[in-house]
Design a binder for this molecule. Sequence first.
Ligand code: ATP
Ligand code: MG
Length: 344
Amino acid sequence: MTEFPERVFSGVQPTGNLHLGNYLGAIKKFVALQENHNCIYCVVDLHAITTWQDPNVLAKNTHEVTAAYIASGIDPEKHIVFNQSQVSEHAELAWIFNCVARMGWLSRMTQFKDKAGKDGEKASVGLFAYQNLMAADILVYRATHVPVGDDQKQHLELTRDIAQKFNNDFRPSIVENGHGDMFFPLTEPIIEGPATRVMSLRDGSKKMSKSDPSDLSRIVLTDDADAIAKKIRKAKTDPMPLPDNLEDLKSRPEADNLVGIYAALNETDKEAVLADYAGFEFSKFKPALAELAVEKLAPISNEMQRLQADPGHIDQILSKGADKARVIAHETLTAVKDIVGFIR
Ligand code: ATP
Ligand code: MG
């Protein structure tokens, strides 16, 4: 089997309300992976427009996600940080994948059903085909690993299905063009730790999300200490003190969520948090959680503000990153064109 050099790719949509789930489930992982991997981190603006975005706000949100990446510790000099629309190879490969993926595969994606809501007929075609573009984002760099939150698991499976079908459908041509027996790797998701699915602070059965109408449902990275403390104080919980074991925590989604958030912020696991807080009432645990959240998030929030005050500098970082990304993406797409039989 063909060996692929390890490469990490992931992205966040510039759709505003960047929240604690995005940070703990994705961005914090991005930062850690830099140490031992070549990483490509994208602000996926082409994905953002699958639902309506005001053009002025889209640019501001693109700056915000970039600022969050850098403020959290991503190094755009050693790795690659850029916005998706500056590298047109993503969209070109996505078209080819539109012709590889099957209608039935996409029809089974639960996120499309959630996002399209009751009136699927009115959803954009882009929202339906979104996962093909996501597969292209990853595979245009032939990335081997993708750190994401738990909600993206199904989309990563689809990415593997697309890679595999392309490898099968074009096998003779892949071999003829000197790429061994497969051109695309079967990418592995990295979904680990205590906060792969941070839940809404108002409803332990729903994931924390940018689009929840309630501001109290999420902590956003721009919240100040007062806002963080208030949202945690108002977070929905049950009336019992914290248990001393994971088994009892499992059946209490709101408690489980707050313990998971504490563990992820403190870089430990849920067991360690229970070892310290078993028997505590929420009236005691919540202030401790708020204090920890402020301690960890305030430096990021302050640095984001500083960076966003100079949007020209952020644009420069994105443009330089796009130049680096384009070199790799162009090489992949040139090979794909030869494999498919396009004259160039
Ligand atoms: P939207 O509702 O617009 O899709 P989102 O909050 O899901 O917004 P995305 O930009 O789609 O944000 O996702 C960026 C990354 O954050 C992805 O890796 C996703 O899996 C992760 N993520 C999103 N929400 C959560 C959450 N509640 N817990 C953990 N990870 C999350
Ligand atoms: Mg999402």
